[in-house]
Design a protein around this ligand. Structure first.
Ligand code: URA
Length: 479
C-alpha cells in the first residue's frame, strides 16, 4: 500500500506528477491511499511519500480526461484523487472509456465536473466586493465567499479580466486570491471576519437588486437553484428580499397609479406591464443606469457562461441605432459590441457606404455571449426566443434613452426582437417599416452572414448588397 500526501487540494499538475510516477511503477489504484490534503493528518500512520516525476508524459489520454480531471480535482469529494487515478489506470487499457457515460467512474467524474462548473458560475455571480482604503490611501476591494468546492483558482482569472483596473482580493475559507492590477497571487484561506461586513458599495448593489427584483423570478431562480438560499447570507441585497416580497404588491399598485398620472412612452408601458412591481421609469434614467442593470442581469441563464455583459456603445443623442444579434467571442472579452470579425465587416461596409459609426449607437438584441465550448474555442450559438425576449427589456431601455429616429436591425434575431417573431427578415429588408410603437425600423442582413458564405462570388455579391442597404439608410435619415 502506498500513501500519498498531496500538498494542494486542487493542483492538477501536482496530482499528475504523482499519478505518472505511480503509473510508471505499475501501482494499481486499490493499492494507493490518497490522503485528502484538507483532512486532519494521521501523524502516526504508515506512509510513503511519492515524489514528482517530470519530463515524461502519461501515456496519451483523451483530452476529455484532462479537461474533466482539471475541473474534477476541484471537487470537495475526498475520494476525487483516487477516482482520477482509477480512471487514468483504466484508460491505459481502454482508450474509449471516457465515452462510456454509463460507466460508474465516468458518471461519477461527470457529475463532479458539473458541480464544480456550477459552483464556479455561482462564484462569478455572487461575489460582492467591499471597498476599503489602505494605509497609503489607496482604494482596495475585498470579498468574502464560501464556495462549495475548491474553485477560487479557476474563477479568479475571470475577476482579473473583469476588474482589471481594481486592486482586489477574494478570501475563501481555503485560499485567497489577490490582484494588484498586473498579477494574480494566491495565499492562505481566511475568515469571514477578515472582510468588512458593510460598506458604501452595498447600497449600490441593493438598488440594482431592487431594480431587477421580481418575486416570481426569484421563486423560479430558487427552484432552479440559481440563487440558493445558502448564498444569501453574503449578499448585501439579500437583506432586501423579504421586504421586496412584501413590497411587490404595494409597488405594483403604486405603479398603476403612477402610470395613470404620467403616461410613459408606449413601449415603456409595455415593459412595465411585463414587469409588475418594477418601476422602470424611476429606476433607469440614463444609459449608465441601464448599463449597471445589464451588468447585474440574471433574466436568463446566459450570464452564467459569459465573461461579462456587453452593453451598447455610442452617444445617448445618436439619431441612428444599429441592433445586431449578440456579442461574439471578442466582444465578450472586450465588453464592446462589434469589435471582432463581424465588427470589421460592419466597419468597412459603413465606411464604403459613407456612414460614420461614431454617429450611431450600436448594440445587440442579446447582451451576453451564448456559446458552446469546443476545445479551446467557444462556438457561437444562436439565442433562443426566450433569451431574446428576456433581453428585449434592456434593448427597450436603450431605445428609450437614445430615442433614435431610425433603428437598423441587422439579421433575423434583431428583426424578431424589434418587430416580433412573425416578421421575417426577407419581408422587411432594405426598406423602412414602422413598428407597433411608431418607431421606424430598417432591416438588413447581419455582417457575420457575409463571413459564412463559402462561395467567393456570391460573398462579394452579398457584401455589395449589404453596402447598398447601408447606403439606403442615408436616404431614410435624410442625410
Ligand atoms: N455579432 C453581433 O451580433 N454583435 C456583436 O457585437 C458581434 C458579433
Amino acid at each position: 500500500m502506498q500513501t500519498v500526501h498531496l500538498t494542494s487540494r486542487n493542483d492538477f499538475a501536482e496530482w499528475r506528477g504523482v499519478a505518472r510516477r505511480l503509473l510508471l511503477e505499475a501501482v494499481p489504484p486499490d493499492e494507493v491511499i490518497w490522503v485528502d490534503p484538507g483532512a486532519p493528518q494521521d501523524l502516526f500512520g504508515a506512509e510513503q511519500s511519492v515524489g514528482q516525476v517530470t519530463g515524461r508524459k502519461v501515456g496519451t489520454v483523451p483530452q476529455r480526461f484532462i479537461d474533466w480531471a482539471e475541473a474534477g480535482i476541484c471537487h470537495s469529494d475526498p475520494e476525487r484523487f483516487g477516482l482520477l487515478y482509477r480512471l487514468l489506470w483504466r484508460l491505459q487499457k481502454d482508450k474509449e472509456l471516457m465515452e462510456v457515460r454509463s460507466d460508474p467512474d465516468v458518471g461519477k467524474l461527470d457529475r463532479r465536473v458539473s458541480a464544480v462548473r456550477r459552483d464556479a458560475h455561482k462564484m462569478k455571480a455572487f461575489v460582492r466586493f467591499k471597498e476599503i482604503v489602505d494605509d497609503s490611501g489607496r482604494e482596495r476591494f475585498v470579498a468574502w465567499f464560501e464556495p462549495e468546492h475548491f474553485v477560487l483558482e479557476r474563477t479568479a482569472p475571470f475577476f482579473a479580466r473583469r476588474f482589471a483596473g481594481m486592486l482586489w482580493g477574494i478570501v475563501t475559507p481555503y485560499r485567497s486570491a489577490f490582484w494588484d492590477g498586473e498579477r494574480l497571487e494566491f495565499g492562505d484561506g481566511g475568515h469571514k471576519e477578515d472582510v468588512p461586513a458593510d460598506d458604501a458599495l452595498d447600497p449600490v448593489w441593493k438598488s440594482y437588486f431592487a431594480a431587477i427584483f421580481n418575486p416570481a423570478r426569484l421563486k423560479l431562480a430558487m427552484m432552479k437553484s440559481e440563487m440558493p438560499v445558502k448564498y444569501w447570507r453574503n449578499l448585501p441585497e439579500a437583506e432586501l428580499i423579504p421586504e421586496l416580497i412584501r413590497g411587490a404588491k404595494a409597488a405594483e399598485e403604486a405603479m398603476i397609479e403612477r402610470m395613470a398620472s404620467i403616461p410613459p412612452s408606449r413601449h415603456l408601458k409595455q415593459m412595465e406591464r411585463a414587469e409588475p412591481g418594477l418601476p422602470v421609469t424611476e429606476v433607469f434614467t440614463s444609459l449608465a443606469e441601464v448599463k449597471a442593470g445589464v451588468d447585474a442581469c440574471r433574466r436568463c441563464p446566459l450570464y452564467e457562461m459569459a465573461t461579462q455583459a456587453v452593453m451598447g456603445q455610442g452617444s445617448a443623442s445618436a439619431e441612428l441605432m444599429f441592433v445586431g444579434e449578440q456579442p461574439g467571442d471578442q466582444e465578450d472579452l472586450s465588453g464592446k459590441p462589434f469589435v471582432g470579425p463581424a465588427g470589421k465587416v460592419f466597419d468597412a461596409a459603413m465606411a464604403e457606404a459613407g456612414l460614420d459609426r461614431e454617429r450611431a449607437y450600436v448594440t445587440n438584441a442579446v447582451k451576453h455571449f451564448k456559446f458552446v465550448p469546443k476545445g479551446k474555442k467557444r462556438l457561437h450559438q444562436r439565442p433562443n426566443a426566450g433569451e431574446v425576449k428576456a433581453c428585449s427589456f434592456w434593448l427597450g431601455l436603450e431605445r428609450e434613452m437614445v430615442k433614435p429616429t431610425l433603428i437598423v436591425a441587422m439579421g433575423a434575431t434583431a428583426v424578431s426582437s424589434l418587430a416580433g417573431s412573425t416578421t421575417t427578415l426577407g419581408s422587411v429588408r432594405g426598406r423602412v417599416t414602422v413598428l407597433a410603437d411608431g418607431t421606424r425600423m430598417y432591416a438588413t442582413v447581419h455582417p457575420s452572414y457575409l463571413l459564412r458564405i463559402p462561395d467567393r462570388e456570391e460573398a462579394a455579391r452579398e457584401r455589395a448588397r449589404f453596402v447598398e442597404d447601408l447606403r439606403g439608410i442615408k436616404g431614410a435619415m435624410g442625410w
